[in-house]
Each structure stands twice: as C-alpha cells, then as structure tokens.
Design a protein around this ligand. Structure first.
Ligand code: RB5
Length: 171
C-alpha cells in the first residue's frame, strides 16, 4: 500500500517518526513535506497529500500539524478527499469503517507519539464497512461539495432522520 504523508513545520520530527513507523510496517510512504522546521503553512501540505490520494497516485493519506485542525480542514476542501481529524483509536476506526476516510489527520502537538502510532495501526488495519447505508450517507455528504441548492434547506438530511424513525440504524 502506498501512503502519502504531509505536515507543517511544527511537527516535522513527528511526521518523520511516523513515516519510519509506517515503513517498518511495510507501507510505501510518499513524503509530501514539509521537510524541515522552517516556517511554512499547513494548507500547502494538506493539498499535496489530498491530491496524491484523489488522483490515485497513493491509496491513503496521513496529515498532521500542531493541532491537526488546520491541515485536515485544507484536505477536506479537495474534491474526493474524505478526511477526519482524530485523537484516539475509536475515532480512527470509525473514520475508516463508517466514513471510508481516505486521509487521516492527527495533531502532533496535542496527541502523544504513542497514541499516534496506535491511531495509525487502527486506521490502517480497519476496512470500510461497505453497506448501502454507509454508501448513501457518504454520497449525501459528498453532494454538499457539488451543490448549493441545499443552503437554507433544513430538510436536506430528512431521509436519514426517517431511517432513524424506521429503526434502520443500530448505533
Ligand atoms: C502553526 O502554523 C499551527 O497553527 C498549526 O500547526 C496548527 O496547529 C493549526 O491547526
């Protein structure tokens, strides 16, 4: 599996550590930068990682900045990227299993290195649970990027509320 990884200058050392961690597990890792501690800006690297994934050059992506907030926000704006900022193993599993996230993000200054390693293990060992419900929800969320007609429509997600009412969700 080919994994794109990217970070800003705040967490380059942690990115390098996680890159090596993943390589030791057998992943091919494409380092999208940044490569040193010179001040830069996280959207550059979020965009790079997302592009590697949505073009199919890489299978999945990992991003990090200080909090993880900035870089994941940038990734999420690239069409085709499905990114989650996670701080624990349960969220990492959920991101892959239910939302088929193709990029995972962490805050290198707010999560410990051990926790980030565990998050990587959880994310990469979890498979997307491809059910009609999960597919439909992801597709509905994806629609938000292509359309504007839902603005002001407070019923855009009603079909999902109706599913709750019919007892079709079990979580
Ligand atoms: C530094 O630019 C810092 O703001 C960044 O790493 C991150 O924490 C933002 O979410």
């Amino acid at each position: 599996m080919k994994v794109a990884i990217g970070c800003d200058h705040i967490v380059t050392d942690i990115k390098n550590h996680i890159k090596e961690y993943l390589e030791n597990k057998g992943f091919e890792v494409v380092d999208c930068g940044t490569y040193d501690f010179e001040r830069t800006h996280y959207p550059i690297y979020g965009k790079r990682v997302a592009e590697k994934v949505v073009t199919g050059e890489c299978d999945l992506g990992v991003v990090m900045c200080g909090t993880g907030v900035g870089i994941t926000n940038a990734v999420q704006k690239v069409k085709g990227a499905r990114c989650a900022l996670v701080g624990d193993v349960a969220a990492a599993k959920y991101a892959k299993e239910v939302l088929d996230c193709n990029v995972i993000g962490v805050g290198g200054r707010v999560s410990g290195v051990g926790a980030i390693e565990d998050i990587m293990d959880a994310y990469f060992s979890t498979e997307y649970n491809k059910t009609p419900e999960n597919d439909a929800l992801i597709s509905k969320i994806n629609n938000l990027i292509d359309r504007t007609d839902y603005i002001g429509d407070n019923h855009f997600f009603d079909e999902f509320l109706e599913k709750w009412d019919r007892g079709e969700y079990h979580d």
